[in-house]
Each structure stands twice: as structure tokens, then as C-alpha cells.
Design a protein. Structure first.
Length: 118
């Protein structure tokens, strides 16, 4: 099983980044896909989620209206478009895949650093 994130980097406040997470080794279409983030000295928090079946989407209040999660089941890839970035968005962003019916099947990527600074 592999989840490989890409697209992180340094961006100025107000800027945009698009994170990608390419999945392999499991049946992507059957998994809920999530983006988490963890800032220094803080707990990991759920940023955005998209379900496997109907593509129902959930966002943390802190990113609503600025971030957009999407998935391409044909490419086994999930995306996080981040606009109007703020310094408080600085964190390591992690891709997560979870089988809702079999929660023991729960996979994580290695993380990608996003730094928002002038």
C-alpha cells in the first residue's frame, strides 16, 4: 500500500497550492479519503474528507470556503486545492485512506510540508 503526497511548498499569504495524493495497492474507489494536517506542537486535525460511495464532502470550519477536496477514482488520486492561504495553515499535510466498514484498513502517507509565510 502506498499513499504519496506531493504539491507542498512555501507560499505567501493569500496564495494557493494544490496537494495531490496518489494511491496504490488497494481498491481506491472503496475507501474514504481524508486530508489531515499537523502543525508544530499541535495535534493532528482533519482538514477535509470525501467519502467513497457518494463523494460526500466535509471540511473543517477553519478551511471552509478556501479549500476544496476532490478525487479522481480513475487515477486513484485525491486532491486538496488550497486558496487564500493563511500563516495558520502552515503544517505537514497527510493523506489518509480509510475503509469505513473495516476500520482496521487505515493507511497514511508520509506527509508534505506546507509553509505560508511572507
Amino acid at each position: 500500500v502506498q499513499l504519496v503526497e506531493s504539491g507542498g511548498g512555501l507560499v505567501q499569504p493569500g496564495g494557493s497550492l494544490r496537494l495531490s495524493c496518489a494511491a496504490a495497492g488497494f481498491t481506491f474507489i472503496g475507501y474514504d479519503m481524508n486530508w489531515y494536517r499537523q502543525a508544530p506542537a499541535k495535534e493532528r486535525e482533519l482538514v477535509a474528507a470525501i467519502t467513497s460511495a457518494w463523494g460526500t464532502i466535509h471540511y473543517a470550519d477553519s478551511v471552509k470556503g478556501r479549500f476544496t477536496i476532490s478525487r479522481d477514482n480513475a487515477k486513484s488520486t485525491v486532491y486538496l486545492q488550497m486558496n487564500s492561504l493563511k500563516p495558520e495553515d502552515t503544517a505537514v499535510y497527510y493523506c489518509n485512506a480509510r475503509d469505513r466498514l473495516r476500520p482496521q484498513y487505515n493507511y497514511w502517507g508520509q506527509g508534505t510540508q506546507v509553509t505560508v509565510s511572507s
